[in-house]
Design a protein around this ligand. Structure first.
Ligand SMILES: Cc1ncc(COP(=O)(O)O)c(C=O)c1O
Length: 401
């Protein structure tokens, strides 16, 4: 190994010890066998054909012919990269079109696109609050929200998962000691698949004069009649909720966005550092997202199919005696508890050609390791049947049922 400088020896020692600790606690991570095909209902991993039940490509749009064609056409016309940030030379006609399209979809005055959902959360939170401000964040919020809160330097109070009474208590005790205040929540929680109590949070936001951001990464294309997300699901359009989301899951592309009032978006263009200091999303990515929104508009039945598939799989697993959390989204958490057991279950399923990722701390709280099963609209009844048979076999082998 090359050791740079005199501090290098200590560094190697430190790295080895850290990795050893991760291995001892079974938290050491390795990239899984790479996919040798698209993230569709069936793909190839390590030379084996598998049915995939762990992708966020919920509607199968990442390999939809129209979405792919739009990306290819954009490469031909605009090239592969944007070559600059939006405020310099990376601001293509395409970007603005996508932002207008997202605003229309979300029912807001305007929208701003970032290179990823992660960057969107970093940008919007750190631009809106800072020292002297207060953020109230659900304990199960996504890491990008947590990092956005840290970056903002605002005081952060974490409330118990979906516990509106707890939010109220914190606001009563703390609100007056701070300048601006923000409540931030996942719309659909990424590891639990449940939905934030948005109407109640909005009521509190109005009562205590607080900003409200919902992260619709897993709700876009999944919740609401048109798939517009949590705000549409609850009928809360036009009430000032700031809607953040990503293009990388049900919309089958990449990039994040914030949708809201025109003045907010104007401000973010000026103050969101992850927007200002990052190269604009590439033309194929932007074109693919737009085409995905078109497909979603024309084929809302994809959303119904997604929920029908989730329901069928959930029911089957429940009947077998697995501890599955009820879900209204595309995410079905199958609770295992112990990390070693979750990993063994995932490996046993792989033996049967069913790919489901095990999720463990620190992504989920200690003692709640699980299999995060996700369903796609494109799964066929035979895929679900095959998954259920594999779960029955693997669950018995691991002693879970
Ligand atoms: C709730 C949530 N927010 C934000 C993100 C980040 O989005 P992206 O993967 O587009 O960076 C993710 C996914 O990784 C997520 O699950």
């Amino acid at each position: 190994m090359i050791i740079y400088g005199t501090g290098g020896i200590d560094l190697v020692d430190f790295l080895e010890k850290e990795l050893e600790l991760l291995k001892e606690s079974r938290l050491y991570r390795q990239l899984p066998g790479p996919l040798e095909g698209p993230a569709g209902r069936r793909t190839r991993i390590n030379g084996q054909e598998v049915v995939l039940f762990s992708s966020n490509n919920y509607l199968g749009l990442a390999h939809h012919p129209r979405v792919k064609a739009a990306a290819v056409e954009a490469v031909e016309r605009w090239g592969t990269g944007s070559g600059g940030s939006r405020l310099t030379t990376g601001n293509f006609v395409l970007h603005r079109r996508l932002e207008e399209r997202i605003a229309r979809f979300k029912g807001t005055e305007d929208a701003i696109v970032f290179s990823s959902g992660y960057l969107a959360n970093l940008g919007v939170i750190s631009a809106l609050v800072g020292r002297g401000d207060l953020v109230l964040s659900d304990e199960l919020n996504h890491a990008s929200i947590i990092d956005g809160c840290r970056l903002s330097r605002a005081t952060v109070k974490v409330f118990r998962h979906r516990d509106v009474a707890h939010v109220r208590d914190i606001l009563l005790a703390e609100r007056n000691s701070y300048r601006r205040c923000l409540i931030v929540t996942d719309g659909v929680f990424s590891m639990d698949g449940d939905i934030a109590p948005l109407p109640q949070l909005l009521q509190l936001a109005e009562e205590f004069q607080v900003l409200l951001i919902v992260d619709d990464a897993h709700a876009t294309g999944v919740l609401g009649k048109r798939g517009a997300g949590t705000v549409e699901h609850f009928g809360l359009e036009g009430q000032g909720i700031i809607q953040m989301g990503t293009l990388s899951k049900a919309l089958g592309s990449e990039g994040g966005y914030v949708a809201g009032d025109a003045i907010l978006i104007d401000y973010l263009r000026n103050r969101a550092r992850s927007f200002i200091f990052s190269t604009a999303p590439s033309p194929p990515v932007v074109a693919a997202a737009m085409a995905a929104l078109d497909v979603l508009e024309e084929e809302p039945c994809l959303i119904d199919q997604l929920h029908a598939n989730a329901c069928q799989l959930y029911r089957g697993l429940k009947e077998m005696g697995f501890e599955v959390l009820p879900t209204e989204s595309a995410i079905i958490p199958l609770m295992v508890g112990e990390t070693r057991r979750a990993l063994t279950l995932s490996a046993a399923l792989a033996e049967k050609g069913v790919f489901v990722t095990a999720i463990r701390p620190p992504t989920v709280p200690e003692g709640t390791s699980r299999l995060r099963i996700t369903v796609m609209a494109t799964h066929k009844p035979e895929d679900i049947q095959r998954a259920l048979e594999a779960f029955l076999w693997a669950g018995k082998r691991v002693g879970l049922i």
